[in-house]
Design a protein around this ligand. Structure first.
Ligand SMILES: NC(=O)c1ccc[n+]([C@@H]2O[C@H](COP(=O)([O-])OP(=O)(O)OC[C@H]3O[C@@H](n4cnc5c(N)ncnc54)[C@H](OP(=O)(O)O)[C@@H]3O)[C@@H](O)[C@H]2O)c1
Length: 267
């Protein structure tokens, strides 16, 4: 038996990137996976792969910026499996634009809708079931949730909001058996960078990253699973992310320079 054998694990943003890699890496432990994203076709192809590896799978397509779809996801998981052990709140999007390039504040609200409000809605819907199961909540934030990053102010704000919300909820849940493992990846090779919104709210279309120099989604998933299993409080996937937490206190100008260099060098 592994930690996630028969564990009912809801993964949002499962169709691509980190969420997909996580599902593929979890599947050999034979969990009961509930896969969520908008693209049903991609979810079905992932479901086939995960079933072949030993998982039971339920596909629940939906747009998590709609509160009704968040509630439907939780209800569908409960109806099919009768319990909910782990919620991996991973779906997210990003934005690459300096503040003075942002055309319309509505773009900011769009990013917050998925990156923050959908996690809150989903968590509130899932919480009674997670309490019953002494379960795990795994919000996927970012190292951009721990420090400022130029041209990522909106994304940073959304991830700071995630970390603040779940740090507070963790204290509220102290006696319930429900734990929160916040994931803070550094850059990962996924489609998120191509889909990033520019200042006009349009996808960049091509990645600004030096992809050969950053972590793969599979590497990120391989770090996440033991952290989730151990109910670790926080996972930071890079040395500069870990260093940054301390530098921010003792030498905040230095961490600003590291963040500026990371964006300038795209890695
Ligand atoms: N990649 C990085 O460098 C990096 C670094 C730090 C943190 N992160 C965080 O890691 C998480 C996963 O990112 P990723 O890099 O794997 O991104 P990705 O490859 O773009 O995947 C994003 C996932 O979210 C889903 N999604 C997007 N909009 C949605 C919506 N409105 N409703 C429901 N699902 C939606 C997408 O599927 P559909 O399009 O099918 O809906 C997709 O499955 C995000 O929270 C991101 O902020 C990523």
């Amino acid at each position: 038996m592994n930690t996630f054998t028969h564990n009912v694990v809801v993964v949002t943003g499962a169709s691509e990137g980190i969420g997909r890699a996580l599902c593929e890496a979890l599947a050999p432990q034979r969990p009961k996976l509930v896969l969520s994203a908008r693209n049903a076709e991609r979810l079905e192809s992932l479901a086939d792969t995960c079933r072949q590896a030993g998982a039971e799978v339920l596909v629940v397509p939906g747009d998590l910026t709609r509160p009704g779809d968040c509630h439907h996801l939780v209800d569908a998981a409960m109806e099919r499996f009768g319990r909910l052990d782990t919620l991996v709140a991973n779906a997210g999007r990003t934005m690459w634009a300096r503040v003075d390039e942002i055309e319309d504040p509505a773009i900011v609200r769009d990013v917050m809708e998925l990156n923050f409000f959908s996690l809150v809605t989903l968590t509130m819907a899932a919480l009674p079931h997670l309490k019953a199961a002494h379960g795990r909540i795994v919000p996927v934030a970012s190292i951009a949730g721990l420090t400022g990053v130029p041209s990522r102010s909106v994304y940073c704000a959304s991830k700071h909001a995630v970390i603040g919300f779940f740090d507070s909820l963790r204290i509220e849940l102290a006696d319930t058996g429900v734990t929160i493992t916040t994931i803070c990846p550094d850059f990962v090779v996924t489609q998120i960078h191509r889909r990033a919104l520019d200042g006009h709210g349009r996808p960049l279309g091509e990645t600004p990253m030096q992809e050969s120099k950053i972590m793969t989604a599979e590497e990120c998933a391989a770090l996440m699973i033991p952290a989730m299993a151990k109910r670790q409080r926080l996972l930071i996937t890079s040395w500069r992310g870990k260093l940054g937490r301390f530098l921010k206190i003792v030498a905040p100008g230095a961490i600003d320079r590291i963040a500026a260099k990371a964006i300038a060098e795209r890695k």
